[in-house]
Design a protein around this ligand. Structure first.
Ligand code: ME8
Length: 520
């Protein structure tokens, strides 16, 4: 069996509808998951919703609803967004599901068995919006001297009986982990932040609450529900079969396994400090990497409901197209950095790269073949210019593969785009339409080269724009089981010709998008 690869997004709070930041994370993760599947890996890809905690309970109260009803409604929108955006998740987990409660209680018991849990009294600052406890020294001052969390959210003084996790005992073990596995936290800027935080000393962590009951019950401790992050982080284990399915765990959550968490930069501390400490305590394997991507801003500004600049990803997909939106999100922003989106940026990017460059290349080549050769595939006869072009495409595929392996989709797309430009330069230089009368054999050789190059480009870009790439490969007669990266540069074209494949008049893949006055 091929080597397993586990990849997850954060699970979102379904206290409102999904926004473009949620779409960004899940699209990026989906592209990586699809890439690894194309590379032949046995992928498990999980996403979902994080339904417990005070934030959800308060949001429900604000709408005069039960938390479960709010979670049901909003989680439905997250799942719908995933389905619309063509997200190839293997499991959409909801933390209110019974197997997840079981997994959370099992990890709790394992941490308790290690002697890392004790009952005490929590007195300190809590931010409901971040669902996070903060030390006094971390707080910042807001307007009018109001105390705010480092994320600038309100904090409240909280006093209650609570279970604690002995996080302080894990300081050195965590530092050892970061030192022995330098890419455990990526990108490096996030790693440095976390190293400084842990070097500054760790307080024990309050991990249960008694002031509300919307959560996973603490085993054997009446009146306590788990701190939402304990159960939220455990979602990754639930999907991998913990605690009952040892075979599935061995496959997707094993020592030295390829396990990647893709999350936003605001929650790196939970994933890179608390989570490995919980896992060490419960004597479970650690993930291989935590990648903290940047934030997506609306024309450079933070999205917020009060400003009214929160974009609905489903509306954007409906208006501009699913693949156009996916392509924009992955090409526009260097993964790890913050980025900006706006309707005009989506339109500009899609028109320049997809419609004018790649779409036009495919459209003019394929329609020329359909029309002038009645769809018969042209006869190759490689000259230097032809082999050079195909070598450039192969080289781009190599760069693409490496960049996707390294979680750098924008770098991968850049390499792809460069190869698209090379094809367009080739078509202009060779001018096959002019050869039609003067040198039909050479015209065929040029078209054959382009056919190979275009199919290779479509194979390459599948993880980013899966539906459009598949539609193009279908049109071109490339079989579903011949779309792996090993096909690029292999001699599949001769086989397709020998089979007598006839190309029909191609349908354009990427319409030119237009802005409206409302976008200005
Ligand atoms: O943090 N741009 O949930 P969440 C890019 N339930 N990414 C963004 C973003 C933006 N503008 N806004 C949010 C939670 N995100 C927890 C996670 S995981 C065990 C529990 C990202 O709904 C954010 O960084 O607030 C996070 O990775 C994800 O969206 C869900 O955010």
């Amino acid at each position: 069996m091929s080597r397993p690869y586990t990849i997850t997004t954060a699970i979102s709070y379904p206290n409102g509808r999904p926004h473009i930041g949620h779409a960004y994370e899940v699209v990026a993760t989906d592209a990586i998951a699809r890439f690894q599947r194309i590379m032949g890996r046995d992928v498990f890809f999980q996403t979902g919703t994080d339904e417990h905690g005070l934030k959800m309970a308060q949001a429900a109260r604000g709408r005069d609803m039960e938390p479960r009803a709010l979670a049901d409604e909003m989680s439905g929108y997250f799942k719908q967004m995933n389905d619309i955006l063509n997200i190839s998740y293997d499991r959409f987990i909801r933390t209110s599901e019974p197997d997840h409660h079981r997994a959370s209680q099992a990890i709790w018991e394992a941490m308790e068995a290690s002697g890392d849990l004790y009952l005490g009294r929590y007195e300190g600052w809590y931010s409901v919006r971040d669902e996070a406890f903060y030390d006094e020294k971390e707080l910042v001052e807001g307007e009018g001297g109001q105390k705010l969390s480092p994320q600038a959210t309100p904090v409240e003084w909280t006093v209650e009986e609570s279970w604690f996790f002995r996080l302080s005992a894990y300081q050195q073990k965590l530092l050892n982990l970061y030192n022995s596995q330098p890419d455990f936290i990526q990108p490096d800027s996030r790693r440095n932040e976390i190293m400084r935080f842990v070097e500054g000393g760790l307080s024990d962590l309050s991990i249960s609450r008694t002031s509300f009951d919307w959560g996973v019950k603490v085993p054997g401790s009446e009146g306590h529900v788990m701190y939402v992050w304990v159960d939220a982080l455990t979602n990754y284990l639930t999907g991998c079969g913990y605690p009952d399915d040892a075979e599935r765990m061995a496959r997707y959550w094993s020592e030295g396994g390829d396990i990647t968490h893709i999350i936003g930069k605001d929650i790196v501390r939970f994933h890179a400090v608390y989570w490995p400490a919980f896992l060490m305590s419960a004597k479970l394997p650690l993930p291989r990497q935590v990648f903290g991507h940047g934030f997506l801003l609306n024309r450079g500004e933070k999205m917020s409901k009060s400003v009214g600049n929160v974009a609905d990803p489903m509306e954007l997909a409906d208006r501009f197209g699913v693949d156009q939106l996916r392509y924009f999100l992955l090409s526009e922003v260097t993964f790890g950095n913050d980025g900006s989106y706006s309707a005009d940026a989506i339109v500009a990017r899609s028109n320049s790269d997809l419609a004018n460059s790649f779409g036009n290349l495919a459209q003019r080549t394929l329609s020329f073949i359909a029309k002038n050769l009645d769809g018969r595939l042209p006869q190759p006869a490689a000259q230097d210019a032809d082999t050079e072009l195909l070598a450039a495409v192969r080289q781009a595929a190599g760069t693409f593969e490496q960049a996707m392996t390294d979680l750098a989709p924008s770098v991968a797309i850049e390499a792809w785009m460069k190869a698209v430009f090379a094809c367009n330069a080739y078509i202009d230089a060779q001018a096959p339409w002019a050869l039609r009368k003067t040198d039909p054999a050479r015209m065929e050789a040029v078209l054959a080269t382009l056919y190979d190059a275009i199919a290779s480009l479509a194979i390459m870009i599948q993880p980013v724009i899966p539906a459009s790439a598949a539609a193009l490969l279908d049109q071109m007669g490339v079989a579903g089981d011949r779309r792996g990266y090993d096909v690029i540069g292999a001699d599949w074209y001769a086989g397709l010709r020998a089979d007598g494949f006839i190309l029909s008049a191609p349908k354009p893949l990427f319409p030119r998008l237009e802005l409206t006055e409302a976008d200005a």
